[in-house]
Design a protein around this ligand. Structure first.
Ligand code: NAP
Length: 236
């Protein structure tokens, strides 16, 4: 007979906070531990756990398991999109988690990308019914690099625009929200036709003026990098 699952969620950062909230709303049986609590508490909670979720920094996961987790029959799971280790199965939530919690219904639709050799989803994360896919661990770094490029780096570009609107142009950052929303919608509708602007039009004079005005701005090199990518992209 299958054991009743009991999770132990380790960490107190962004992901740990989001998953505590999700598990609470799903009425899953779970306890938590973070490194500000006594180590004896960890050991007690490990004994009760069937599944241990390591919601801690990527670089700390392997050493934490080695040095801090006693031998346990519990299934060990980490959330890193790039770490490949024999010590725990990877289940990467393909989502961005900041300090703010999301609507409780939202969490059930967050996809998980599982290591190819991880157990069945129902055994790995019992009680959850999220969409999921498997990825061979040899492809994981490439996968994560692409996620970071697309999600994190576009965030840096949008942050730059919002800050400059406010501080340099005296424009309300919210004015750009419809543009951001439509760019996202166009991308999801058809990535092939989503790109517009001077690169697509080949407006070389406009591009040259942009580069001039950005000369002393660190984002100038990023603009130039996209230009060279744009030209290369045409031929790929
Ligand atoms: N945030 C996201 O959008 C996101 C998305 C998908 C996957 N992930 C993955 O989820 C995991 C957690 O990310 P996060 O964004 O929640 O990170 P985070 O907010 O920076 O929190 C990191 C947590 O790890 C703990 N920690 C760091 N080093 C530790 C150590 N040596 N021993 C014990 N605890 C340690 C920190 O404890 P202190 O507070 O005491 O420093 C903190 O509780 C990572 O593997 C990450 O790749 C994150």
């Amino acid at each position: 007979m299958r054991q009743v699952p009991h999770y132990l969620l380790i960490g107190s950062g962004r992901v740990a906070r989001h998953f505590s909230f999700y598990f609470e709303k799903r009425h899953l049986s779970f306890s938590t531990w973070h490194r500000n609590q006594p180590i004896q508490t960890l050991h007690q909670r490990v004994e009760q756990a069937t599944h241990i979720l390591l919601a801690i920094s990527d670089d700390a996961i392997e050493s934490f398991i080695e040095n801090t987790l006693p031998a346990t029959p519990a299934t060990l799971i980490h959330f890193s999109g790039s770490l490949v280790t024999k010590k725990a199965y990877g289940a990467h939530p393909l989502m961005t988690f900041n300090q703010q919690l999301y609507d409780e219904t939202y969490y059930t639709n967050i996809p998980f990308v599982l290591d190819h050799d991880a157990p069945d989803f129902a055994d790995l994360l019992p009680g959850l019914s999220n969409p999921h896919a498997r990825l061979h661990t040899t492809l994981k770094i490439k996968y994560h690099a692409l996620c970071v490029l697309a999600a994190n780096f576009s965030c840096i570009l949008w942050k730059k625009l919002f800050t400059a609107f406010e501080n340099e142009l005296q424009l309300a950052p919210e004015l750009a929200h419809p543009l951001l929303r439509q760019q996202m919608n166009n991308l999801m509708h058809d990535p092939r036709t989503a790109l517009t602007g001077p690169l697509v039009r080949k407006d070389l004079q406009t591009i040259s003026k942009h580069l001039n005005i950005l000369t002393d701005d660190p984002f100038c090199t990023i603009y130039q990098a996209f230009l060279s990518l744009g030209l290369h992209h045409e031929h790929s």
